[in-house]
Design a protein around this ligand. Structure first.
Ligand code: PMV
Length: 332
C-alpha cells in the first residue's frame, strides 16, 4: 500500500465518540437505494445517555480493513463499512487500510440506533486520522452511506435532515442547552431485531398500500414540528411526534410480510405514557424499528417518568439522559 498524499502531517489514528439519536419525525423508505437517499426528511434528538466509541488506525502493514465491533471481528471488506472507508480514503487521498475498533455501551442492533452512532463515530474518527477538516460537508454524505440516520448523530441537541436536490443537508436546530429535554430509553428486549431497517423500509416501499400516504403527508409533519420546536411547544410536539411514529408503524404493519417490532411490554409502556400525559406530565413516546420505547420528556419530570416506566411489567431496564452533543474526537 502507498500514500498518495504526504502523510507526515496526518496522525493516521484517532478516537471519536458519537451518540445515537432518535427521530421525532421519522424517515422510513429510500428515494434512491444505491445512494442511500431517504425518501423524506427527519427531525431527531441526540441521546446523551448512550455512546459509541470508535478507534481507527490506518496502517501500511494491513492488506484490508479490519473491524472489531464490541470485540468481535466483523466482515469489513464489502458493503457499507467498505463504502464509507473508501469514501474517506478518496476524500483524503490516502489509500491505506485501517483497523477499526468500535464499542457500544448499549445493546447493538435492537432498535437503539447503533448504526447511527457507529457510522457517525467512524466518520469523525476516520476524518481526524486522515486530516480531513471536521467542517467538510461531504462527511454528511459519507456518514449517510453507512446509515440514513447517521448524519444526524454528527450533531447534538435537535437535528434536522432534509432532502436538497440530489443530496441531503443536515443541521443542528437547537443545542442541548436551548431546551431542557431528557429521553428515557425503555428496554423491553436485548435481542437483535430480525429484519434490519434497511431491508424493512425497502419492503415497505414495495408492498405497503400506505407508503405513498406516508411520503405525501410527511413534509407537513416536518414543517409543523420545526415550528413547535421554535416555539418550545412541548405538548403540540408530543401529539405530532406520536402521530408521526404511529403513521410509520402503520406502514410497517401493512408491509408484506408484516414488520411487527412491538412486544407486549412496548404497548404497555405506550399506554402508561398516555396516562402520564393525561395526568399533566410533559412526556411522549417514540419507537423505531425495534421493541424499545423512547420517552421524551421535560428534564424536570425525568425521574418521575423513569420510575413510572421502569415499573411497567415486562420492562427490563431504563436508561435516562439529557440531550447529547455531536460526534467528537476524544483522542489520537
Ligand atoms: O437508515 P437507518 O437504518 O438508520 O434507519 C432508521 C429508521 C428509523 O430509525 C426507524 C427512523 C429514523 O428516522 O431514525
Amino acid at each position: 500500500m502507498r500514500l498518495v498524499h504526504d502523510n507526515e502531517s496526518k496522525p493516521l489514528r484517532a478516537v471519536a465518540i458519537a451518540h445515537p439519536n432518535v427521530a421525532l419525525i421519522k424517515y422510513w423508505g429510500k428515494r434512491e437505494v444505491s445512494a442511500n437517499l431517504p425518501a423524506v426528511g427527519s427531525l431527531s434528538v441526540t441521546l446523551g445517555a448512550l455512546a459509541t466509541e470508535t478507534r481507527i488506525e490506518f496502517d501500511p502493514s494491513l492488506e484490508h480493513d479490519l473491524l472489531l465491533l464490541n470485540g468481535i471481528e466483523q466482515p469489513a471488506g464489502h458493503g457499507r463499512l467498505a463504502a464509507c472507508m473508501n469514501a474517506l480514503r478518496d476524500l483524503s487521498g490516502c489509500d491505506l487500510y485501517a483497523r477499526v475498533e468500535s464499542e457500544n455501551d448499549f445493546p447493538t442492533g435492537a432498535g437503539l440506533a447503533s448504526s447511527a452512532s457507529g457510522y457517525a463515530a467512524l466518520v469523525t474518527a476516520g476524518a481526524a486520522a486522515l486530516g480531513i477538516d471536521a467542517h467538510e460537508t461531504r462527511l454528511i454524505d459519507i456518514a449517510r452511506i453507512g446509515s440514513g440516520s447517521a448524519p444526524r448523530s454528527l450533531f447534538g441537541g435537535m437535528v434536522l435532515l432534509e432532502n436538497d436536490g440530489d443530496g441531503t443537508v443536515c443541521e443542528q436546530i437547537i443545542t442541548p442547552e436551548d431546551w431542557a429535554l431528557s429521553v428515557v430509553v425503555v428496554i423491553t428486549s436485548e435481542v437483535p431485531k430480525p429484519v434490519t431497517s434497511r431491508d424493512g423500509m425497502e419492503q415497505s416501499r414495495l408492498s405497503s398500500p400506505y407508503y405513498a400516504a406516508w411520503v405525501d403527508t410527511h413534509a407537513d409533519d416536518l414543517r409543523q414540528a420545526v415550528g413547535y420546536v421554535q416555539d418550545r411547544d412541548f405538548f403540540a410536539l408530543a401529539e405530532l411526534a406520536e402521530h408521526n411514529c404511529l403513521k410509520m408503524h402503520s406502514v410497517m404493519l401493512t408491509t408484506r410480510p408484516p414488520l411487527l417490532y412491538w412486544l407486549p411490554a412496548t404497548l404497555a409502556v405506550m399506554h402508561r405514557i398516555g396516562e402520564l400525559r393525561a395526568g399533566g406530565l410533559p412526556v411522549f413516546f417514540t419507537i423505531d424499528a425495534g421493541p424499545q420505547v423512547k420517552a421524551v420528556c421535560q428534564t424536570e419530570v425525568a425521574d418521575e417518568v423513569t420510575g413510572a416506566l421502569g415499573a411497567v411489567p415486562g420492562v427490563l431496564r431504563t436508561i435516562v439522559g439529557e440531550l447529547g452533543y455531536g460526534a467528537r474526537v476524544v483522542g489520537g
